[in-house]
Design a protein around this ligand. Sequence first.
Ligand SMILES: NC(=O)c1ccc[n+]([C@@H]2O[C@H](COP(=O)([O-])OP(=O)(O)OC[C@H]3O[C@@H](n4cnc5c(N)ncnc54)[C@H](OP(=O)(O)O)[C@@H]3O)[C@@H](O)[C@H]2O)c1
Length: 268
Amino acid sequence: MQSNVLIVGLGNMGSALARGLIAAKFDVKGNLQVFDSHPDKVSSFKDIAVNDLKAAMEPHAVVLCVKPHDLSGVAEDLSGVISNQTVVISILAGVSLHTLEQKFHHKGPIVRAMPNIAATVGCAATAMCHNESSSSKDKELAWQIFEAVGEASWTKESLLDTVTGLSGSGPAYIYMVIEALTDGGVKMGLPRELSAKLASQTVLGAATLVKKSGIHPAILKDQVSTPAGTTISALHELESRGLRSMFVNAVEVATERSGYLGRQEGQK
Ligand SMILES: NC(=O)c1ccc[n+]([C@@H]2O[C@H](COP(=O)([O-])OP(=O)(O)OC[C@H]3O[C@@H](n4cnc5c(N)ncnc54)[C@H](OP(=O)(O)O)[C@@H]3O)[C@@H](O)[C@H]2O)c1
């Protein structure tokens, strides 16, 4: 990788991305720079931090990791730093390619990406879309950035709100599942520490088996449900309380909310 990438905003996501890229040796040969308006946030990235955006080495790509309401300020700060050759990569939920083109007066490549917080441990699920000015080289650069912190996919922009509702917000749904399973174990007598350890490893193991085997989860579920056994009793309970519908509805409302917030942001 011979491209200079500048990450702007070192909060939850920006710092996770920066750490992931460093772990993937992306920072070698001065390929990675980071900036945050808050001095405390850059302290753990001293070697690659820039104090002033105007002093940033001309970046091939700028990865925007600020909150949507900070977008206008960042666009102003970056004027003169990015050219029409710079790939502008945004992870801002709900902010469209069109809004980004307008805010940055950018006629060059733009990529919208929706990663998730698992980027912190190199396991993000990211889906991306790009504008028409993006060349295959620009797309390759975006791909390399997000593959460095997990798995990346391309999709169309009209589906990014759904991506936000599924995998962007999804870790929080699963944290709730882990917490609830832990409570279940505690209720039935397990010490909390052991219960939490078993619950999180169970989620990790189940997901790993789906990914590694490629077997449909319904088949895996059937394989572990012994006739008249414990698992089928629990599955019946979950079904009767509408667990599947709850998750489908959760993705639906989060998708709608992402669309609504994006429309509001576009009107500013
Ligand atoms: N969190 C998630 O799970 C998740 C998942 C997918 C996508 N996203 C998207 O990722 C973006 C960042 O989310 P986050 O949770 O990482 O937010 P965050 O923790 O608030 O981080 C944003 C960082 O940007 C800094 N910042 C604000 N204005 C700046 C400027 N003009 N120049 C440089 N830095 C500036 C903030 O500093 P101050 O604190 O000093 O303002 C803060 O450190 C959001 O747009 C969100 O939609 C988040």
